[in-house]
Design a protein around this ligand. Structure first.
Ligand code: CP
Length: 255
């Protein structure tokens, strides 16, 4: 059930389910009664009696949690305003392929540090024990309550955008909806120089390690054509890995 647009997530899950021998139906919010105000708990109780699992892309994290609770079937978070865990699994697979694993590595996220992707990186760092540096202007840093809840000492948060890439093994950014959904503080709008400068550009300007892998989650927007093409192999390997990672998730849930 997708309430937001998607290319990679939707297609990788649909292809993945079929390649694993299952069947899949795509439901947009406007197709079903959810779009006319049916409570998510009721939709969940109906679908839980008819299908074997659900993949949900929506706005509120609580909707995914509620669906899982009331449906009683495996429920996969395919992106909410708070989290994008499937993306991070494909990113970690890509890091495994390019750098031999994330253990002992430093991942630097430059961008909206309060967005769903950054938050999922934080959970991944705590689970797997790698170093994560989030570089964002003050108004776009992760909420202190979340940092406290995760409680992992290996997460560093900085507003030093110029120096953020120092020592990075992986340099990561996020484009798209997360910026748009944030209410813009009066002193830091999306178009302000501070925000524009958070998009990693030429690697030569970033003092990352020589083996540093740039790993932008390009959804629909490029940073610059030069930067994009310099990392196109990684970007599209990462996109392909969405399919492999989704199949791993589906397989694990089917056990
Ligand atoms: N990366 C990602 O979630 O892409 P889509 O929005 O195309 O699914």
């Amino acid at each position: 059930m997708f309430s937001k647009s998607s290319t990679r997530t939707r297609v990788s899950f649909e292809v993945g389910v079929r390649e694993l021998g299952g069947d899949v139906m795509f439901l947009s919010a406007t197709d079903i009664q959810l779009g006319r105000g049916e409570p998510i708990a009721d939709t969940a109780r109906v679908l839980g009696r008819m299908v074997h699992g659900a993949i949900i892309r929506t706005f509120a994290q609580s909707d995914v949690d509620e669906f899982a609770k009331y449906s009683g079937i495996p429920t996969i978070n395919a992106l909410t305003d708070d989290e994008h865990p499937c993306q991070i699994l494909a990113d970690l697979q890509t890091i495994q392929e390019k750098l031999g694993g994330v253990e002992g590595k430093t991942v630097v996220f430059v961008g909206d540090g309060a967005c769903n992707v950054a938050q999922s990186w934080m959970w991944a760092a705590a689970r797997l024990g790698f170093n994560l540096r989030i570089a964002a202007p003050h108004h776009f840093q992760p909420a202190p309550a979340l940092v406290e809840r995760i409680g992992y000492q290996g997460i560093e948060i900085t507003d030093d955008l110029a120096g953020a890439a120092s020592g990075a093994d992986v340099l990561y950014t996020e484009s798209g909806s997360a910026w748009a959904r944030k209410p813009s503080p009066p002193t830091a709008s999306r178009s302000s120089p501070a925000i524009r400068s958070t998009t990693p550009s030429s690697p030569a300007r970033n003092p990352a390690r020589s083996s540093c892998t740039a790993c932008p989650r390009i959804a629909a927007k490029r940073s610059t054509a030069e930067t994009f093409e310099a990392h196109a192999q990684t970007i599209f390997d990462e996109a392909e890995n969405r399919l492999h990672a989704q199949k791993a998730i589906l397989s694990a849930l089917a056990r």
